[in-house]
Design a protein around this ligand. Structure first.
Ligand SMILES: C=C(OP(=O)(O)O)C(=O)O
Ligand SMILES: [Mg+2]
Length: 543
């Protein structure tokens, strides 16, 4: 018997195999028709469906402890809420709606009321939506949507996962993650890496694969049918590195961590990060229904800064929008969210939100003792950079920079460098915008390869501008996590590299074997190449 094999893009190291659990697709809004022939009979389906959902939630509650148990018990009680059931039944009888549609509409009224009440009540709106979707799925005979609670270690298979879903995965239960879609620099891939979960994205055909168990190789991108045995090899052995970023000729390079949570920060510090080159603050609030208060933000930032007393930390202001929507900063629906009001653009409409965030960052900087600077995402012009720097200084934060991740910013690096203290290149978005290739789409993953010479040429131009200005230039996109590419970037004038904690030792160790001459030769070779594979070969040659 030949076993099924597929291949995708490996985005998070490690090998694992085990039983497959599928993430059900998001439910579409239930249709208004067909009108039921017997409305009383249709209405009578609602209560049993809510009872099934409540019972399943109670059973799951018994398997966990503490806060998770309380949340599940409360959600179960919501499913059985008599007022929700009654108003749905009424909609069926009085408006001849199908049961699923009636539940959807009845729940929506509660959701709207809770959202209008704000605060704690608004946070409950999400729970009502969750119950609504479960009951609707039950009535339609479909699997419950969302990431299921795993009872045993499993390989998770999904079309794609939202960053908020990925952030909530339990690495002790999720052996590996395989998605049909998704790109190598998507935030789902980035989060899987930070959780240490082996992952393969853009794995065409995995949803159609009807096998009970899979073996996943997060390095090669290979996915194949396996026996049901649970095996987890984890990422390969890390190189040894002493936590000091230095080339063999003594040239210093800062090797920093990318973080988005206290757990990431602890892992980065433990892996030897000399500081933080990118703190993605939006990752702290992916689940928040309302804007966190200044006190709440200060506490969240302090928890991440804690391991870096006396060390440099670059805190990026909220990069909301595109695939990282924040409920409290949602723009009106946009046809192309990646090209829309995201990152710093949100702050132009809501400068009050930016000012409160800067106030919280300044407070957390003072209490933690970390050497904090701030950085704005999605900056397109020198005028925008200058606007941001002025606001940061007003908030008492002296060191301010911007991300260079929009091609116009790369092309205006000279002007931008005149108004900021430093820049940091976001190669994930820069590649997406240079190649007009959505970073979340598996179909264009090859264009989002950081070894693409066109991307490298633009980075080199920014490197030259920073060298001429004598200002620090970092790279905090995924390109910095590739040891060989890290050398190429250094050869282009980059002065710091920031990456996921899992990449720190390998990059640090590789730099220690390279000199500035070698890095410059590697950069020159890669820049002259015509395609990513040739660029890689050319970079390897002088090593
Ligand atoms: C570091 C980057 O920011 P993010 O991945 O959060 O968009 C980038 O775009 O390269
Ligand atoms: Mg970005």
């Amino acid at each position: 018997m030949s076993s099924a094999r597929l291949s995708g893009v490996g985005v998070s190291s490690g090998r694992a195999s085990g039983p497959v659990v599928r993430v059900a697709e998001t439910l579409p809004e239930p249709p208004l028709g067909p009108r039921p022939a017997d409305t009383k009979e249709e209405a009578s389906r609602i209560r049993p469906a809510t009872e099934v959902v409540a019972q399943r939630l109670m059973e799951r509650a018994k398997t966990v402890e503490g806060e998770a148990r309380a949340v599940l018990e409360t959600t179960a009680a919501m499913a059985g809420d008599p007022s929700l059931i009654k108003s749905a039944e009424k909609l069926v009888v009085e408006e001849s709606l199908p049961a699923a549609r009636a539940v959807h509409q009845a729940a929506q009224k509660f959701v709207t009321a809770l959202q209008a009440a704000g605060g704690y009540m608004a946070e409950r709106a999400r729970d009502v939506q969750d119950v609504r979707d479960r009951v609707v799925a039950e009535l339609l005979g479909l699997p419950a949507p969302g990431v299921p609670d795993l009872v045993a270690p499993s390989v998770l298979v999904a079309r794609d996962l939202a960053p908020a879903d990925t952030a909530g995965l339990d690495p002790s239960k999720v052996l590996a993650l395989v998605t049909e879609e998704g790109g190598p620099t998507s935030h789902t891939a980035i989060l899987a890496r930070s959780l240490g979960i082996p992952a393969v994205v853009a794995c065409r055909g995995v949803l159609a694969l009807e096998v009970p168990a899979l073996e996943v190789d997060g390095d090669t991108g290979q996915v194949r049918e396996s026996d049901g045995k649970v095996r987890a090899a984890g990422a390969g052995r890390k190189a040894s590195w002493n936590g000091v970023g230095v080339l063999k000729d003594g040239h210093r390079v800062k090797v920093l961590g990318n973080v988005g949570s206290p757990a990431d920060a602890a892992a980065a510090a433990a892996a030897g990060a000399e500081g933080v080159g990118l703190f993605r603050t939006e990752f702290c609030f992916l689940d928040a229904a309302e804007e966190p208060t200044v006190a709440e933000q200060t506490a969240a930032y302090e928890a991440v800064l804690a391991p870096f007393k006396g060390k440099p930390v670059v805190v990026r202001t909220l990069d909301a929008g595109a695939d990282k929507p924040l409920a409290f900063l949602s723009p009106d629906p946009e046809p192309n969210p990646a090209l829309g009001v995201r990152g710093l653009r949100v702050a132009f409409d809501r400068p009050d939100v930016l000012d409160r965030q800067l106030e919280a960052i300044a407070a957390a900087a003072a209490s933690s003792g970390a050497e904090v600077s701030v950085m704005a995402p999605m900056v397109a012009t020198a005028a925008e950079a200058s606007w941001f720097v002025a606001r940061a200084r007003q908030a008492g934060i002296q060191r301010a920079g911007v991300m260079v991740e929009v091609p116009s910013a790369a092309l205006s690096a000279r002007e931008i460098l005149q108004v900021v203290d430093f820049i940091s290149i976001g190669t994930n978005d820069l590649a997406q915008y240079v190649f007009a290739a959505d970073r979340q789409l598996g179909g264009v993953a090859a264009l989002n390869d950081p070894w693409q010479p066109a991307l490298l040429r633009l980075i080199a131009q920014v490197g030259e501008a920073a060298t001429a200005a004598g200002k620090p230039i970092g790279v905090c996109g995924e390109a910095a996590a590739d040891p060989l590419l890290a050398c190429v970037l250094i050869g282009m004038g980059v002065t710091s590299l920031s990456m996921n904690h899992t990449a720190l030792a390998d990059v640090g160790a590789k730099l220690a074997t390279s000199s500035m001459d070698i890095c410059q030769l590697a950069a020159r070779g890669a820049l002259a190449a015509g395609d990513p594979a040739t660029a890689k070969l050319a970079a390897r040659a002088p090593h």
